[in-house]
Design a protein around this ligand. Structure first.
Ligand SMILES: Nc1ncnc2c1ncn2[C@@H]1O[C@H](COP(=O)(O)OP(=O)(O)O)[C@@H](O)[C@H]1O
Ligand SMILES: [Mg+2]
Length: 260
């Protein structure tokens, strides 16, 4: 027992996982995202959110992490084919090695099963090992204990949810179960090109531990891409808008450069 009377209680040291997206992690003092936290990737259509999430998923799985990518918008087959052709990233191989699991989720199925979700039967830490019987299509289940979870996107789900109250209840269950995995979680929301709010309902940004905003800013005839860390609960971070490009190596972040 120490002077303060504490019985050598173990306070768990936070663990940070890099995003592995170009120099983005250098914008964060801790060098990555704290395990157990959820960050929002927010921005307009075509601003690079899915690109960022896919690049992070690929690089993390390649380093041996277990990554789950739930896609509410695009067909995972299309994503896999596109990134293989554009960037040479072999998500097929990572999937067959059991490091990556990409699943298409129909937001209408989810919204129909919201009653059950709220009762905690779906997405409630349903941690299953690889090779188990596939779940019924409407259920979102984890194939393994994940290190990284991507939800692309909540906007698709919020559109499919007729009832705002149900959507909020769903969000709560979703965020609680994400937290329980002790993984790094990235959830995507679609906004206006220059966002005033970072999600449709405006509540997602309060539930998350960090907000990253993607911009595709037009000035006369030119558009410039930029990324900004708006908030992080677990670390200090760079405050400026940092330009980035999508190249044949994926996202490249230019820390030293200014927007315009
Ligand atoms: N191979 C590529 N080379 C250059 N830019 C690309 C390439 N593939 C995709 N992009 C750019 O990325 C954008 C799509 O980004 P995406 O991450 O899907 O946006 P969203 O924010 O809507 O998820 C496209 O509009 C295109 O400009
Ligand atoms: Mg997208």
């Amino acid at each position: 027992m120490d002077k303060a009377g504490n019985r050598g209680r173990e306070i768990k040291k936070p663990e940070y996982l890099p995003t592995y997206v170009s120099d983005f992690d250098k914008m964060i003092e801790a060098g990555g995202i704290e395990r157990g936290s959820t960050i929002l990737l927010s921005g307009g259509c075509g601003s690079g959110k899915s690109m960022f999430a896919t690049q992070s998923a690929y690089n993390a799985a390649k380093r041996g992490e277990k990554v789950v990518y739930f896609s509410f918008d695009e067909d995972p087959e299309v994503i896999k084919r596109r990134v293989y052709n554009s960037f040479g990233w072999d998500l097929y191989a990572l999937e067959s090695e059991g490091k990556l699991f990409m699943q298409k989720v129909d937001p209408y199925d989810i919204s129909r099963s919201i009653e059950r979700i709220v009762r905690g039967r779906v997405l409630d830490s349903v941690v299953k090992s690889v090779g188990h019987t596939p779940p019924p299509s409407e259920e979102v289940t984890m194939p393994f204990h994940p290190d990284r979870v991507i939800i692309d996107s909540l906007s698709a789900l919020s559109i499919a949810s007729s009832d705002e109250q149900k959507y909020r209840a769903y969000l709560k269950v979703l965020f609680d179960s994400l937290r329980s995995y002790n993984s790094v979680n990235m959830v995507i929301t679609e906004t206006e090109q220059v966002p005033e709010r970072y999600s449709r309902s405006g509540i997602e940004e309060f539930l998350v531990d960090g907000v990253v905003v993607f911009y595709n800013i037009r000035r006369e005839a030119v558009r410039t891409r930029a990324i900004e860390i708006l908030k992080l609960r677990f670390s200090d971070h760079m405050k400026k808008l940092v330009p980035f490009k999508i190249t044949d190596r994926g996202i490249v972040v230019y820390l030293e450069e200014q927007v315009f």
